[in-house]
Write a new protein. Structure first.
Length: 246
């Protein structure tokens, strides 16, 4: 997945989930944030962020933030990117266990949920829920970075789909390179962590891949190990209090 019209800017602040202020060419610019998660460890005053110029001349903001640097680590923060990256990777046979798909479409309804991808091959049909991961701590990447009732609901719907004969997958796309492993962020959202453990015990497939990230591109990388629990890692201090405010 490639971006056009890329610019670098300095992050100033984020008044709400949808907009941020940056310094671009020495001037203050209000930009759209393509991620309603917190991203507090990335969006820090003074850090370098990556902007994409919008194509719609009628939009309120000229640019959108699609990434940022955490030290030397470039993290893609575009919440719309993971679905596209995973879809392209499946079509290109780059994901283990999901090769040679004969039919694939984005956005499929099952029960009370809308899953990101529906697929079929010669012997199977199933659903894939894609989760983008932007939170990391000492090389351990985690999801979510804020409480998400919808996330746990999707997991339970995948369990039900599995019971009804579908193949169910949760694929976490880590939007950065060089991580050690993935764990659910129990400290931030214990309900999601417990749902993920239940899903795994009932046959829902969990896949984790990192990404090859450039300022103007993101693509599927390598598979990562995952652990459903990791004792000793303090998670609830990483993103602060458990509330829905950024």
């Amino acid at each position: 997945m490639e971006y056009n019209g890329i610019r670098r800017a300095k992050f100033i602040d984020r008044p709400n989930r949808f907009i941020a202020n940056v310094e671009l060419d020495g001037k203050r610019e209000t930009v759209h944030v393509k991620n309603t998660g917190r991203c507090r460890e990335i969006f820090v005053e003074g850090t370098t962020v990556i902007l994409e110029e919008g194509k719609n001349p009628n939009r309120k903001t000229r640019y959108s933030i699609i990434g940022g640097y955490k030290g030397d680590l470039l993290i893609n923060t575009d919440s719309q990117a993971p679905n596209t990256v995973v879809y392209e990777a499946i079509v290109q046979n780059k994901i283990d266990g999901l090769q040679d798909v004969t039919r694939i479409r984005r956005e499929a309804t099952f029960g009370n949920s809308r899953f990101d991808i529906y697929f079929e091959d010669r012997d199977r049909k199933g659903f894939i829920e894609v989760k983008g991961v932007t939170l990391e701590h000492d090389g351990v990447c985690m999801f979510p970075d804020a409480p998400t009732q919808r996330g746990a609901r999707h997991v339970h719907e995948l369990i039900e789909a599995k019971r009804q004969g579908y193949n169910s997958y949760i694929l976490f796309l880590v939007q950065m390179e060089g991580m050690k492993c993935f764990i659910p962020n129990h400290g931030m959202d214990p309900e999601f962590g417990e749902a993920l453990k239940a899903a795994y015990s009932q046959g829902v497939e969990i896949l984790v891949y990192d990404s090859m990230v450039r300022e103007d591109e993101i693509a599927i990388g390598d598979s990562l190990d995952f652990f459903l629990e990791m004792p000793g890692v303090v998670l609830n201090d990483i993103e602060g209090e458990k509330d829905d405010e950024i």
